[in-house]
Design a protein around this ligand. Structure first.
Ligand SMILES: [Zn+2]
Ligand SMILES: [Zn+2]
Length: 302
């Protein structure tokens, strides 16, 4: 039999969750309209900050490194839960004076801690081990309450508790916030994708972004792309976000390698239909790695 009070509590609970759901919807910004700092024709004249901080919603931030500090201009992602913070990637520059990643992240975390009346531990993990996403690790070496995940496949496997790499996914709970780790070797041996169940954002690292998709292991990359497609067919996806922008707004046209100025760059997010296009293209190329230009990305075997 239902207790008389239970129904009231349930209605109240539903109302509160619906309100927070509305707040969430209001505060999540539209990433296909977001303007990013994009370097400068003359970096000596550039007055943009070294790191652009964009708040996506109340507990998610996207950071972009200024191309004037490193031409790669990588993106970094900060997810906050009630127990842990997860920073995905650490940028392309070691020097804290040029690239104050630690101070930026610590500042965001302490504001969150204050607002949510909680303390969180920081995890610095990586979409893969390339230097343009790991150089800033060194800044977190002595940062309190912080774990920097190692860069090898074994480090990633053991931290995220993945036994059957790359066929098994794993989940990490930041405290009322679960993310799924999907191994996707091919661009690099330790590449992972990360899916956030709250925002439905899928991070695809350097494996899929509006730019040159450098492929180091063709067979692995093909299998990983298929697994990523399978994942997207079973999960709602809001945005697929990679680590760089190298395409211009003109379909099929990329900026030259090493440019520090991208005044007309492609938007950051890609869509599931773009991923399906990549997967079909890889299948049709079969066992023969070949460069192929599409409107929003370029297949670029090494
Ligand atoms: Zn890379
Ligand atoms: Zn990269």
């Amino acid at each position: 039999m239902r207790q008389p009070g239970t129904r009231k509590i349930f209605i109240l609970f539903a109302l509160v969750s619906c309100l927070s759901c509305k707040v969430y919807q209001k505060t999540a910004i539209k990433l296909d309209k977001t303007e990013w700092i994009h370097g400068a024709a003359d970096c000596k004249e550039n007055s943009d900050p070294p790191i652009q901080v964009v708040q996506y919603n109340y507990n998610t931030w996207i950071l972009r490194q200024n191309k004037c500090t490193n031409y790669e201009g990588p993106f970094m992602f900060l997810f906050l839960g009630h127990k842990k913070a997860l920073l995905m990637d650490a940028g392309a520059t070691k020097d804290e004076k040029q690239f104050p990643l630690r101070a930026t992240v610590n500042n965001l975390i302490s504001k969150w801690e204050e607002a949510s009346n909680t303390k969180v531990a920081l995890i610095v993990a990586h979409t893969h081990s390339h230097g343009d996403h790991t150089a800033g690790d060194i800044q977190f070496k002595d940062n309190p309450n912080t774990t920097v995940v190692g860069l090898g496949v074994d480090d990633v496997k053991s931290f995220f508790k993945i036994e059957n790499w790359p066929f098994q996914n794993s989940k990490i709970d930041l405290g009322d916030r679960v993310l799924e780790i999907i191994p996707i070797p091919g661009h690099q041996k330790a590449s992972i994708a990360v899916y956030d169940y709250e925002t439905k954002i899928l991070l695809s690292g350097d494996s899929f972004y509006p730019g040159r998709l450098y492929i180091n292991d063709w067979q692995s990359f093909k299998l990983s792309t298929q697994r990523l497609v399978d994942f997207t067919s079973q999960h709602k996806i809001s945005y697929i976000l990679g680590n760089h922008i190298e395409m211009t707004k003109t379909p099929g046209k990329d900026y030259p390698i090493g440019t520090r100025f991208q005044p007309d760059e492609h938007i950051l997010p890609l869509k599931v239909k773009d991923l399906l296009l990549l997967n079909e293209a890889l299948k049709s190329l079969g066992d023969k790695p070949a460069r192929k230009v599409y409107d929003d990305f370029i297949i670029y075997p090494n």
